[in-house]
Design a protein around this ligand. Structure first.
Ligand code: C2E
Ligand code: SIN
Ligand code: SIN
Ligand code: FE
Ligand code: FE
Length: 410
């Protein structure tokens, strides 16, 4: 292979980079992009083993992507595949073997697996060569697979994957798997932290925080695209944003059950107590040892501030909860407009959209149309109008996340 040493160099570089990415989803997308780039392949997917099924986590397709306006991401269908030897991905997951197919439409009849052309029909795409590499953990367990599709030569002609390609991606997949497992562990620890707070009500699941974080990242990505924020910064920020957004309500751990789980409307005193969940949460990150702590503080503290300055907790000292700037009633003056950090403005929309779309102890779930009307109505009063516009632009992605983290899944 002509650029072998370049690729090895790149792999070593990536090893360091992957160690720094703490978020599983973002890590997987990077792995897929890098694997495709190295092999000059048009498309690919990552599958993760979830219980006894394979779940498609990410799909990339350069050809389909080019048909979209810049900055828009592909919508792909999320489906689950049984782990058995009949499909190609199922076979790889079941056996832990590499499968390298020159052309999926000419698989020998005696092969254990076959290719289902309905995926191509659905996508309006022609799959040719396909390399499927298992992600094998240190204990020998297959935790997923990378599937790379349609390798191209310099002229763009579809060609087969070579033995060298297999070795390269194998090495790459091994390194990626270690990072993947580490990231999964970090995330598991944060999820436990979240559960400690959010699961105080047995009816609540971790799904609300997953959804809010997912929505926030979608909004941020579109925003970052609009403002031409570098890919490097976006990558770093969305990683941090996702986890920090998951902890937006962590301060609720300090709120008593009588208030938190009250089936009816809160009275003034109760609601004032509830408002404390903002700075009480922010205090958990007050040491600010990392950028994550910084952003988690901002989100916990400001996700209930309003664009018009009528939100809470306003200009306060986090440590004491006392007002630093007062309004004419002697209460803390609310942060207003751009005074509210971007992260807080983004999570505010994500949080309210999800709260309205979900059942709570104190309210029923709203119809989607009504929810969207409300978000529009709150534009310019509660929310940054520019971010509301962006929210509606990424709505299909928001819906996809709400399906992925639907309540009944837990
Ligand atoms: P949450 O349930 O996650 O709601 C987050 C935010 O979504 C709320 O912030 C509010 O801005 C919006 N929201 C939720 N439900 C509605 C609704 O029916 N109508 C409208 N217009 N907006 C809604 P907010 O109001 O600052 O409340 C913060 C947290 O305080 C809530 O988080 C919830 O945990 C608690 N809370 C608020 N009101 C009540 C209540 O009447 N009873 C109980 N038990 N808890 C409440
Ligand atoms: C909770 O703290 O009960 C869950 C968080 C939420 O629903 O906002
Ligand atoms: C804060 O963001 O910590 C409160 C507002 C301020 O004092 O500027
Ligand atoms: Fe909150
Ligand atoms: Fe919330």
């Amino acid at each position: 292979m002509e650029n072998n040493s370049e690729n090895i160099k790149r792999i070593l570089q990536l090893e360091c980079e992957f160690n720094r990415i703490q978020d599983v989803d973002i890590l997987l997308e990077r792995i897929l992009t890098e694997a495709r780039n190295m092999l000059n392949a048009d498309a690919g997917s990552i599958y993760i083993v979830e219980g006894d099924k394979l779940e498609i986590k990410f799909s990339q397709n350069e050809t389909k992507q080019k048909e979209l306006p810049p900055g828009q991401k592909l919508i792909y269908s999320i489906f689950k595949i049984n782990i058995n030897k009949k499909t190609i991905s199922g076979y790889v997951a079941a056996t832990g073997e590499i499968v390298n197919i020159p052309d999926v439409y000419t698989i020998p009849a005696d092969a254990p697996y076959h290719y289902d052309p309905s995926y191509d029909k659905l996508a309006g795409y022609k799959t040719g060569s396909m390399l499927s590499i298992p992600l094998t953990s240190s204990t020998g367990k297959t935790i997923g697979l990378i599937q790379i599709i349609n390798k191209k030569d310099a002229k763009g002609k579809i060609i087969s994957f070579t033995k060298d390609d297999e070795l390269l991606v194998m090495h790459f997949a091994n390194n990626a798997t270690v990072a993947l497992q580490r990231a999964q562990m970090t995330r598991a620890i944060i999820l436990r932290m979240i559960k400690m707070s959010a699961l105080r009500d047995p009816k609540e699941t971790g799904m609300h925080v997953n959804r809010v974080a997912g929505y926030a990242v979608e909004i941020y990505e579109r925003y970052a695209n609009k403002y031409k924020i570098t890919e490097k910064d976006v990558q770093k920020n969305r990683d941090i944003l996702r986890m920090a957004a998951m902890l937006h309500d962590v301060g609720k751990i300090a709120i008593s059950d009588t208030i938190l789980k009250k089936p009816g409307k809160l009275n003034k005193v109760e609601f004032d107590t509830m408002k404390g969940h903002t700075y009480l949460g922010a205090r958990l990150f007050i040491d600010k040892q990392s950028e994550f702590d910084e952003i988690a503080t901002q989100i916990a503290l400001t996700h209930h501030e309003k664009w018009n300055g009528q939100g809470y907790p306003g200009h306060i000292n986090i440590n004491t909860g006392k007002a630093k700037k007062k309004d004419k009633h002697g209460n803390a003056k609310g942060l207003k407009g751009q005074e509210i950090p971007l992260w807080g403005r983004i999570v505010a929309i994500a949080d309210v959209y999800d709260a309205l779309s979900s059942k709570r102890v104190y309210k029923e779930k709203w119809e989607q149309d009504r929810v969207l009307e409300e978000i529009k109505t709150l534009s310019g009063s509660s929310f940054d109008p520019e971010l509301v516009t962006i929210f509606f632009e990424v709505l299909p992605h928001i819906k996809q996340i709400s399906d992925r983290y639907a309540e009944e899944k837990e």
